[in-house]
Design a protein around this ligand. Sequence first.
Ligand code: ADE
Length: 230
Amino acid sequence: MSFSATILTLYPEMFPGPLGVSLSGDALARGLWSLEARNIRDHGLGRHRAVDDTPAGGGPGMVIRCDVLGAAIDAAVAQNDPRPRLLMSPRGRPLTQAYARELAAGPGVVIVCGRFEGVDERVIEARGLQEVSIGDYVLSGGEMAAMIVLDACVRLLPGVMGKEASGTEESFETNRLEYPHYTRPREWEGRSIPDVLLSGNHAAIERWRREESERITRERRPDLLTSERG
Ligand code: ADE
C-alpha cells in the first residue's frame, strides 16, 4: 500500500499543480503515491452551494461551516481510515523535517485546506483535525501549504529519490544548514572553487564541509544549534 493523499479544498483544480511535475510528478506517475482532490463545495448548501457564513460574535471575513465541511470529510474518508486528518492553518504545529518524516512513514494524509477567516472550531474537534502550519506568515488559503507538506513527504518515500540526493536532507536531521556546493568550470568570473575541494584529500574535504556548515548555521540560524527541531 502506497502513500495516499486526499485533499479537501474549494479549488480542486489547483491539484496536482506543481506536484504533477519533476520528482513528485514522476513518483505519482510511477504509482509510488496517489492524490485525490475533492471539492468541499459539492456539499455546499442551497442553490448557491454555500460553504461559509458570517462569524458568530461579529467581525470581518467568513467562516467555513461545520456542517458543510463535516459532510465533505465524511464523504471522502471512511471512519476507520487510518490516515491523520490535517488542517492547514497558521496556528498549527510547525512543519519540520522530523514531522514530514513521521507523516511519510504512515499510510498517507487527509488534508483540509482552509480559506476565508477560518473553519468553525466544532468540526476541528469533532473530526479530529490536526492543525499544521508551514511557517509564521499568512497565506490566502491552505492549498499551497498542503502542496508543501506533500512535497516534503513524497521525496522521503521509498524509491522516490535516488541515494545521491538523500544526503541533502540528512544534513537537516543533524540540525545544520548545507555547506556550499561547486561544480565546473573551475574558474568563473574571477571566482575559483576552494582548493581543498580539488585536493583529493577526503578527510580534509569532510572537515571543511563540516566547518562551513557550522559557520553558515551560526550566522543564519543560530536557533538550530540549540533546538530539537529536525
Ligand atoms: N493557511 C494560511 N496560512 C498558512 C500557513 N502559514 N500554514 C499553513 N496553512 C496556512
